[in-house]
Design a protein around this ligand. Structure first.
Ligand code: C2E
Ligand code: CA
Ligand code: CA
Length: 721
């Protein structure tokens, strides 16, 4: 794969960027030394593509400065300067691209019959640079020829009237100097009359444009000037400006028509550098330097244009906002350079799945925005959102780290959810926020009463505060089965919220809210105390002792006095810590790892066991397994779900089991639902299984019944699965 770096390096010692275009009318080479080029069928493009199969404005080439070594590289962008996409898009090296930084040798396909090759050459004499594989005709248009003037390289801006007070300072100076001594003025000055006769050329013209005298009105500086000027002149408005691009240079002409003697005086300034700077600045304003994607400002202008030009029947498009969950943790723990690489990789992956006319934007931080054009139904937008979420669930490999991310996606649709840009974006944002509260990898459309729903959220928060006091929370227990003996060796405590009106609410719905509001501290302590009391009650009944797994939130661990309250609960309940297993997720290793390891070791010194929960969903680094003071590894359900069908998952689980065993860890497979999965896990050497195939989370009474049966005291005749 070519990197952007390779093209930059190439530019350091070679100065010429060349685009060889092949269309049905033959080959042409264009030396790219201007900052922007437009390509397309329409005659006003800088590079005209002579085929009916390409769009009128098909693509734009944009120079990007590399400020470090003053070199530049080119980016090709699908569509026109104003952001309108081409009909069929562009393929760069066979891949559909909306925007691509060109590297030497890149092939660009505009249509079946029109393509181009981009090359960086060190000297002009190296031409011809490209041979058609189809026919061996070598292009006779050499680059030197291009430099000498070719109609494709002359472009005029329309003439604009300008008041004398608005003239650039340098021109005012020049005019004053002209009055004194035009001969020694270093700025080219030309005088014509209205019938096109050249009356005067100062020495600067003759030295800088030696061919002007012979070409006369056909010289690019003068061509079409009278045609543009004559309809506009009048005795009051008599100063005009226009820009002329000639062979990659841009000249500004200030045209002064003097009605008293009907003489036209033209002051010519080379503004190439200023133009290049403007283009670069405009690029920097509209693009994100890290990912090369258009930025929020670009999106804003793009949407305003889209909404402004929309004619009934209004086209429907969706604004999709995507946020990477817990990105800050990656940045904090692995450093910004890894975070940057991850953002680039996310951008690249999103580009791959988007259609040619969708726009991908880095919205800022860890957020991306996508404009999905021409959607015929909300379903189409949800499908795209779902495929975005899916594509990002595959791990990213960043400098040796395998990173798993989850995302939250929200969308609003024009014109259904607003006809102004601000409200559309706000609504997509609200939907994304809503998705975030729904848990990982969720997608939400804006729904018109979402504001109302945020009130509901507030109400839910208040309800949750009261749930503790009202005894609406309950602990359930899911058995963990030893695969060799078939016995229940432990249970995981799972929280349930029995809401008076809403019924049973899943912990995945309310734990994030509890974490956000800080309620998790009180709730977590309550669960711990509850679990200890239950376990003691079972032990006092003489039931076989089992391990009690309690989930810990990162927020609890971040609490300074967590250790103190943990000790207090153990003391008060008189529970033997050897039977307590705290379940932590990989997230805790994201920052302040050393402090966390010290804390975990303190738990273990008390006799508490530790398990690493949901392994595989977060930031699964095998290297951490070696360094973490843990006893048990819980392999997440996502690996178990397809283990009997998916070779890849089977290999992962098998190696995880082997690695864990070599580190002396017990392995629990989560979420087994079929006998085949259990059989395979047994073959692979897994120690324990916790899943619906055996039991769902059960009430304390049900567990008591099962334990009695296991202890041989009394058969359990409850109808449990
Ligand atoms: P978890 O720690 O991964 O808990 C396992 C979840 O997987 C439980 O969902 C359990 O019911 C479910 N599960 C177990 N076996 C199977 C299976 O075979 N198939 C399927 N489809 N699911 C299975 P639950 O009870 O909804 O809990 C969800 C999450 O809520 C837990 O995930 C845990 O992260 C969190 N949670 C639950 N209780 C507490 C708690 O007391 N404190 C904290 N901080 N978090 C809790
Ligand atoms: Ca758990
Ligand atoms: Ca789990």
């Amino acid at each position: 794969m070519r990197s952007e770096e390779s093209s930059t390096v190439a530019v350091k010692d070679t100065l010429h960027h060349v685009l060889t275009v092949e269309d049905p009318k033959g080959f042409r080479n264009f030396l790219l030394n201007n900052t922007t080029y437009s390509l397309g069928r329409s005659l006003d493009n800088t590079i005209i593509l002579r085929s009916n199969l390409v769009s009128r404005q098909h693509a734009v080439l944009l120079a990007i400065a590399n400020l470090k070594d003053k070199s530049y590289i080119f980016r090709i962008i699908d569509g026109s300067h104003s952001g309108t996409r081409s009909t069929n898009g562009i393929l760069v090296n066979g891949k559909k691209r909306l925007s691509h930084v060109l590297a030497h040798g890149d092939q660009i396909l505009f249509s079946k019959d029109t393509r181009a090759v981009y090359q960086i050459v060190s000297t002009l004499s190296k031409t011809p640079i490209y041979k058609s594989p189809k026919n061996n005709n070598i292009n006779t248009d050499t680059l030197a020829g291009q430099l000498l003037g070719n109609s494709h390289f002359v472009q005029y801006s329309p003439l604009q009237a300008i008041a004398e007070r608005d003239l650039p300072l340098r021109i005012r100076d020049t005019i004053n100097q002209f009055k004194a001594s035009p001969e020694i003025n270093s700025q080219p000055i030309i005088e014509l009359n209205l019938v096109g006769k050249i009356l005067y050329l100062n020495p600067a013209v003759l030295s800088q444009f030696p061919d002007l005298d012979s070409f006369g009105l056909n010289h690019p500086l003068l061509k079409e000037l009278l045609l543009q000027l004559i309809p506009l002149v009048n005795p009051v408005q008599n100063i005009f400006v226009r820009e002329v691009a000639i062979n990659g240079k841009v000249f500004e002409e200030v045209i002064h028509f003097m009605p008293w003697n009907e003489v036209i005086r033209i002051y010519v300034s080379d503004i190439t550098k200023q133009k290049q700077a403007e283009a670069i600045i405009s690029y920097q304003i509209h693009y994100d330097s890290l990912t090369g994607l258009p930025n929020r400002k670009y999106l804003q202008e793009y949407l305003v244009k889209l909404v402004k030009t929309a004619q009934p029947p209004l086209p429907r498009f969706a604004i999709v906002l995507l946020d990477i969950n817990c990105f800050k943790l990656i940045n904090d723990s692995l450093g910004h350079s890894v975070g940057d690489l991850l953002l680039q990789a996310v951008g690249d992956r999103l580009k791959e799945i988007l259609r040619a006319d969708d726009l991908l934007v880095r919205w800022g931080g860890d957020e991306f925005a996508i404009v999905v054009q021409n959607i015929d139904s909300n379903d189409a937008a949800s499908q795209i959102a779902e495929s975005i979420i899916q594509s990002l669930t595959l791990p990213f490999s960043c400098v040796g780290h395998e990173l798993h991310i989850t995302t939250s996606v929200g969308a609003s649709i024009y014109p259904d959810h607003g006809n102004r840009v601000e409200s559309l974006v706000d609504n997509a944002d609200m939907a994304m926020y809503r998705a975030k509260t729904e848990g990982r990898n969720s997608f939400q459309f804006y729904i018109p009463n979402m504001q109302e729903q945020s009130f509901q959220r507030l109400a839910m928060e208040n309800n949750l505060r009261r749930a503790l006091d009202n005894e609406e929370l309950e602990t359930y227990y899911q058995p963990q089965i030893d695969l060799t003996t078939g016995q229940i060796v432990g249970v995981e405590v799972l929280l349930r919220w029995k809401h008076v009106t809403l019924g049973s609410i899943s912990p995945s719905k309310f734990i994030p809210l509890a974490e956000e509001t800080g309620l998790i501290i009180a709730i977590g302590n309550w669960v711990l105390r509850q679990a200890c009391l239950r376990a003691i009650a079972w032990q006092e009944l003489g039931l076989p002792p089992i391990q009690i797994g309690v989930n810990l939130s990162i927020k609890q661990l971040q609490q300074k006095d967590f250790l103190v309250s943990l000790k207090q609960i153990l003391d008060e309940t008189n529970f033997d810590p050897h039977y307590l297993e705290l379940e932590i997720t990989e997230g805790i290793m994201m920052n302040q790892v050393e402090a966390k390891v010290i804390l975990l070791n303190q738990f273990r010194e008390m006799g508490i066991k530790l398990s690493l929960d949901d392994f595989g969903t977060g930031y699964s680094a095998l290297s951490y397994l070696k360094n973490l003071p843990i006893d048990t590894l819980k392999i997440d359900r996502i690996f178990i779900e397809y283990i009997t069908h998916n070779e890849h998952d089977r290999v992962i689980v098998s190696s995880l089991i082997n690695l864990s065993h070599s580190l002396g860890l017990t392995v629990i497979a989560e979420g087994a639902e079929t006998q085949e999965q259990v059989d395979l896990l047994r073959v692979l050497g897994c120690d324990q299984v916790q899943g619906f195939i055996f039991y769902k989370a059960l009430s304390a009474d049900e567990i008591e019944c099962l334990l009695r049966a296991q202890g041989g005291t009394k058969p359990c005749d409850l109808d449990i699965q």
